[in-house]
Design a protein around this ligand. Structure first.
Ligand code: IMP
Ligand code: MG
Length: 184
């Protein structure tokens, strides 16, 4: 566990309320998920890992190193939060991947599912492009969305209904570089 001083050095003096997922716990879970994902897809069929930026950048980087099979990586950028801690619900597509979707297995990788609005916006858009399969993997799932356009096949952790930061997750762009996940 990092000391309070180490945490403050990374956050610029901010205290975090509590560490919800320590670094080692995340690493173990991500490794398991990678193995499960590798086993789920036929080895000779194209797999595209499509991460949602920016929040999933660390998760994707760690996850793909545990998926021991050929794959491609791309990212899609949808923005909804602005600078606050509550989803605006207005999900804008900021970057659309270059990668071809048609005929390939596509695994959408989300950092966290909260209201589900991001997923509900992205899933129909990706389905329209004719992927061979479309599945969802989320590191964290708050289980507050009534129903999702696509239920995640892989979930890292069932997250508490708190605003979480670290391991890629931000508050106003801060805290993404924390190696653990904390409640603000
Ligand atoms: P949703 O559209 O409400 O499901 O939220 C999806 C996106 O909002 C995630 O990909 C995150 O980038 C962001 N988000 C949701 N909950 C949190 C949180 O607790 N901390 C940081 N970012 C969050
Ligand atoms: Mg965010």
């Amino acid at each position: 566990m990092p000391s309070a001083a180490e945490v403050r050095a990374r956050t610029g003096g901010h205290e975090v309320r509590r560490i919800v997922y320590p670094e080692a716990e995340i690493a173990g879970r991500v490794a398991d998920m990678g193995r499960e994902i590798a086993a789920a897809y036929p080895a000779n069929e194209d797999l595209l890992i499509l991460g949602t930026l920016k929040g999933s950048f660390i998760f994707v980087a760690d996850l793909v190193r545990h998926i021991a099979r050929p794959l491609h990586v791309d990212f899609i950028v949808a923005a909804s939060y602005g600078t606050g801690t509550v989803s605006s619900g207005n999900v804008r597509l900021v970057y659309d991947p270059e990668a071809a979707i048609a005929g390939r297995h596509v695994l959408l990788v989300e950092d966290i599912i909260d209201s589900g609005k991001t997923i509900d916006r992205l899933v129909p858009l990706l389905r329209e492009r004719g992927p061979r399969s479309l599945e969802l993997c989320a590191l964290l799932h708050k289980h507050v969305a009534p129903r999702l356009a696509l239920e995640p096949r892989w979930v890292g952790f069932d997250a508490p209904e708190e605003f979480l930061v670290g391991y890629g997750l931000d508050h106003s762009e801060n805290f993404r570089n924390l190696p653990f996940i904390a409640s603000l």
